[in-house]
Design a protein around this ligand. Structure first.
Ligand code: DGT
Ligand code: CA
Ligand code: CA
Length: 572
């Protein structure tokens, strides 16, 4: 087994990080980042592509050098250029890059002056005040850094769902391929589709447990075998992700799956219900005294307690058991209910594909429509559009729609919400678009009152349709900005503004808890990928996961509607 695409992408990203810290040519840095993105989003295993003799230079962002690099990495599992760079720079520096406010230049400065190479050393220098002697390090930045250190430490122990996924899926296939393995499932928070997972909990039903254990610990991506027993083993993968494997008997599978899927809070409540009936529920089944009553499937277990089947995403003890008792669980939205993607960037601003390419890629995914929503001009780093360029783009979209078959391209904008709550483009052009997304991209540090006032004002613009990534958080990197959420929900509802569930795996903004609360307040949503290239359209899956965790049904979403219906609801 060779390295997976995401591991190769990791190597390229590390390379880019190291080059940046070294102060190398930004062009070179970008080349590695682009290559990482291509590899990460490929959808097919690079190893297979190379084996089939494909010319990798046909892939976007991969030239001859990078194609050679991939061949080297696949063959040796290492990248000599990265190894050389690592020898040049002290280890740990790249970890500092995850701190908001610290770019490569400042990291270099910290290293050169104080020899700082770790979060601990950084925290120390910040707390002692030593850090202020550096040019450009004022109290605001230092406060940001200290917050960032806390976040990074917390995030270090958990893995984003999309990071864990390739490992979970590959391990599932690896275990399934072993003779005599009847069932394999990844339980735990992974099965509940949480945005981050602490570890993976895998269950197997097999004819020969011991042989499966031996097979499991031979999995290539294991760094360390922590414990190995006939029915339970724990390993650490090369990326430090822990995996627990448990073998269970066929007749206990349902009960074990239920137990190890969790959440703990959900399980505790279920167990209590059983106790009230004079029963006992554990990972082996449902029992009355010593007598086994059932529990070979999850469905049976729920039925015995008088409950409808509860989807894993709901099992957080947030009212799902009460709803299951009363028979009014939500019918959760599914990926194939989604008919279009309403937040997409193109080459016109910071995207990497043309409007036509994005439309084709969306059509391939079975969509009926997309909305092109490039940035507005305040976002200069993204080459945001001013009114003139936006109008040019609108004309182009009209002509593209005349040519295109089977998909409609809607004209939109991701318009910056300025600090006073006004929109970055005049109403005269906003009103001519099919849809307007409003987004906050700066001044994250306003007080709760100021930030709420700013966004409320924007929501009151009669042309605004969708509030993008409403809380601005980046998982493990930036906290949500301070907002009076109930007030935001109230105004969205009154004004008929939809809330975005941004599907970027590091955003997933709104989060599950806010989604559920907003739904209860009568808010409608759209799940959008915010894609900057074709492959990122597949992020929709993560957005759907998050929506399901927030109890969202097909009817709660606008991008499950036909294009005609959608156009109606977009008219405010
Ligand atoms: P994670 O790994 O932190 O993302 O979260 P989980 O939910 O995967 O938790 P984990 O790996 O500690 O345990 C897997 C499942 O096993 C958990 O969701 C519920 C079950 N479980 C673990 N410990 C207990 C416990 O003390 N009581 C009960 N009722 N269930 C437990
Ligand atoms: Ca777990
Ligand atoms: Ca575990």
């Amino acid at each position: 087994m060779a390295l997976s695409n995401s591991e190769i992408a990791d190597i390229f990203n590390q390379m880019a990080d190291m080059l940046e810290i070294k102060g190398e040519n930004p062009f070179k840095v970008r080349a590695y980042r682009n290559a990482a993105r291509t590899v990460q989003n490929l959808g097919k295993s690079l190893e297979d592509l190379v084996e089939s003799g494909m010319d990798l230079t046909k892939l976007p962002g991969i030239g001859a050098d990078l194609s050679d690099a991939i061949a080297e990495i696949l063959k040796t599992r290492k990248f000599s250029k990265l190894e050389a760079l690592k020898k040049e720079l002290p280890p740990g520096l790249d970890k500092l890059l995850s701190i908001e406010g610290l770019g490569p230049k400042r990291i270099r400065q910290l290293y050169d002056t104080f020899g700082i190479t770790s979060l601990e050393e950084l925290a120390e220098a910040a707390k002692s005040g030593e850090i202020y002697s550096l040019k450009g390090f004022g109290p605001k930045l230092v406060e940001k850094i200290l917050k960032g250190i806390q976040l990074a430490k917390k995030a270090g122990r958990r893995f984003r769902f999309d990071v864990a996924k390739p490992f979970a899926e590959e391990l599932k296939n690896y275990l399934r391929s072993f003779e005599g393995v009847l069932k394999v499932e990844v339980a735990g928070s992974y099965r509940r589709r949480k945005e981050t997972v602490g570890d993976l909990d895998i269950l197997v039903v097999a004819k020969n447990w011991e042989a499966v254990t031996e097979w499991f610990v031979k999995y290539e991506k294991i760094k360390e075998v922590v414990s190995k027993g006939p029915t339970r083993s724990t390993v650490i993968l090369r990326n430090d992700l822990q995996v627990d494997l448990r073998s269970v008997a066929k007749e206990s599978y349902g009960s074990a799956l239920h137990y190890f899927t969790g959440s703990k809070a959900h399980n505790i409540k279920i167990r209590k219900m059983a106790i009230e009936k004079g029963w006992k529920i554990n990972e082996y089944g449902v029992f009355e005294k010593e007598k086994r009553l059932g529990g070979s499937t999850e469905k049976e277990l729920y039925e015995m307690l008088g409950l409808h089947y509860i989807e894993p995403e709901l099992r957080e003890d947030r009212g799902e058991i009460e709803a299951a008792l009363q028979g009014n669980l939500p019918r959760l939205v599914k990926l194939n209910d989604i008919r279009g993607d309403l937040h997409i960037h193109t080459k016109w601003t910071d995207g990497h594909a043309t409007i036509e390419q994005m439309a084709e890629a969306a059509k391939k995914r079975g969509y009926d429509y997309i909305a092109v929503t490039d940035h507005s001009h305040h976002l200069t780093v993204a080459k945001g559009l001013d009114e003139k360029r936006l109008r040019e783009q609108m004309e182009l979209i009209d002509s593209i729609n005349e040519e295109l078959e089977g998909i409609t391209v809607l004209k939109g904008i991701e318009c910056d919400i300025l600090e006073d709550g006004t929109m970055d483009l005049p109403d005269s052009v906003l009103k001519e678009l099919d849809l307007v997304i409003g987004a906050v991209h700066y001044k994250f540090n306003f007080s709760k009152q100021e930030q709420t006032k700013r966004i409320v004002k924007a929501l009151q613009n009669r042309y605004l349709n969708i509030l993008a990534h409403p809380t601005g958080r980046i998982i493990g990197h930036r906290n949500a900005y301070e907002l009076e959420m109930s007030e935001i929900f109230r105004v969205c509802k009154n004004e008929g503004v939809f809330m975005e569930i941004n599907a970027q795996p590091e955003r997933l903004d709104l989060n599950d808890i806010y989604i559920k609360a907003a739904k209860e307040d009568g808010i409608k949503f759209c799940i959008s990928t915010d894609a900057h290239d074709q492959m990122s359209l597949d992020f929709m899956e993560y957005g759907v996961n998050q929506a399901r965790r927030g109890w969202v049904e097909k009817e709660d979403l606008v991008n499950t509607k036909s294009v005609e219906e959608l156009k109606k609801v977009l008219k405010r």
